[in-house]
Design a protein around this ligand. Structure first.
Ligand code: NAD
Ligand code: UDP
Length: 335
């Protein structure tokens, strides 16, 4: 079976390509390298001993997509391609709407033209906004507070409309919680541009000496130690969830939505402690103001994915830290 992976050179995409190749799927990657390079895919080939069919291009290019769909018999699309920086999305919303929303529309048009109607979409726990309770189940109300989050919400709605108009489609909306960690080999991992926005790469860059100090955004939240609580999920577990979703599409489920999280929440200070214990490195930090838009607590009820997909996250916090640290210490400058 052949899978088209959009955004396959990125963080989650490259880890998913490894899992796909190791499960004997054939893979075609399209990525415009706007937030990545070809190096992760070279390393994916080294890890798996298999070759990756890579097309450098933009999902906004419908003609290119037609060429891909006509050359290769694609069974399903896993759609990672998108811009993902919340702060940047506030500064340049139209860029986010064009790239993420128009990009998905162009992709789905090309899929429809070529009779490919199975898609797995990278949504996010951000669509739950500020949840009224935790753990979060898939039927919680959705909302968004920034253009990035709105792009995910709109795309979910667009995909629902596509399904209503044509029941031949099979669509899995995967709402990721907080992906962290790296492949066991230490060869691929998260490599953000510039100063990281997310907690985990920030911690590892402080530990490796690239950044002097972690700023902990607020210690007065209504959580057990006052710092924000999130559901961190190992990127390899997350990637394996995509393979389960691709399998699920073969049963013609229509449109389905799954939380991909562990069901456990860790605070910022617990993450720092866990990282220090595993790496043996100090992670100096200071408490600063809350970051605007942040919520106190966000973690999944992952039981629906367990029941329907037979998937659950296997890797605990120590393994997330070990693998994140192996990647960061072996690749201090990233790729
Ligand atoms: P990433 O930036 O590492 O990967 C995205 C890839 O898409 C990049 O390689 C980029 O070059 C490519 N891309 C972007 N626009 C494109 C376009 N128009 N055409 C072709 N390629 C394009 O990000 P990631 O962390 O791997 O995230 C993958 C997906 O998962 C994104 O849609 C993101 O919004 C979503 N997601 C990520 C997180 C997270 O914390 N990392 C959480 C929830 C959801
Ligand atoms: N956080 C922090 N310092 C940082 C980055 C993040 O204290 O430099 C906190 C943030 O306030 C939140 C948690 O770490 O409570 C996870 O933040 P991240 O940006 O990684 O994920 P998201 O907020 O999108 O869940």
């Amino acid at each position: 079976m052949k899978i088209l992976v959009t955004g396959g050179a990125g963080y989650i995409g490259s880890h998913t390509v490894v899992e796909l190749l190791e499960t004997d799927y054939e893979v075609v990657v399209i990525d415009n390298l706007s937030n990545s390079s070809e190096e992760p895919l070279r390393r994916v080939e080294q890890i798996t001993g298999k070759s990756v069919d890579f097309i450098q291009g933009n999902i906004l290019d419908g003609e290119l997509l037609d060429q891909i769909f006509s050359q290769d018999k694609i069974d399903s699309v896993i759609h990672f391609a998108g811009l993902k920086a919340v702060g940047e999305s506030v500064q340049i919303p139209l860029k986010y709407y064009e790239n993420n929303i128009s990009g998905t529309v162009v992709l789905c048009e090309a899929m429809a033209r070529n009779g490919v109607k199975n898609i797995v979409f990278s949504s996010s726990a951000t669509v739950y906004g500020d949840p009224h309770a935790v753990p979060i189940t898939e039927n919680f109300p959705t909302s968004a507070t920034n253009p990035y989050g709105r792009s995910k919400l709109f795309i979910e709605e667009i995909l629902r409309d596509i399904y209503v108009s044509d029941n031949d489609w099979n669509i899995a909306l995967l709402r990721y919680f907080n992906p962290v960690g790296a492949h066991k080999s230490g060869r691929i991992g998260e490599d953000p541009n510039g100063i990281p926005n997310n907690l985990m790469p920030f911690i590892s860059q402080v530990a490796v000496g690239k950044l002097p100090l972690l700023s902990v955004f607020g210690d007065d939240y209504d959580t057990h130690d006052g710092t924000g609580v999130r559901d961190y999920i190992h990127v390899v577990d997350l990637s394996q969830g995509h393979l389960k979703a691709v399998e699920r599409l073969q049963d013609n489920p229509g449109i389905v939505t799954y939380n991909l999280g562990t069901g456990k929440g860790y605070s910022v200070l617990e993450m720092v402690e866990a990282f220090k214990n595993i790496s043996g490195k100090d992670v100096p930090y200071k408490i600063v103001e809350r970051r605007p838009g942040d919520i106190a607590s966000c973690y999944a009820d992952p039981s629906y994915a367990a029941k329907e997909l037979g998937w659950k996250a296997e890797r605990g916090i120590d393994e997330m830290m070990e693998d994140a640290w192996r990647w960061q210490s072996q690749n201090p400058q990233g790729y």
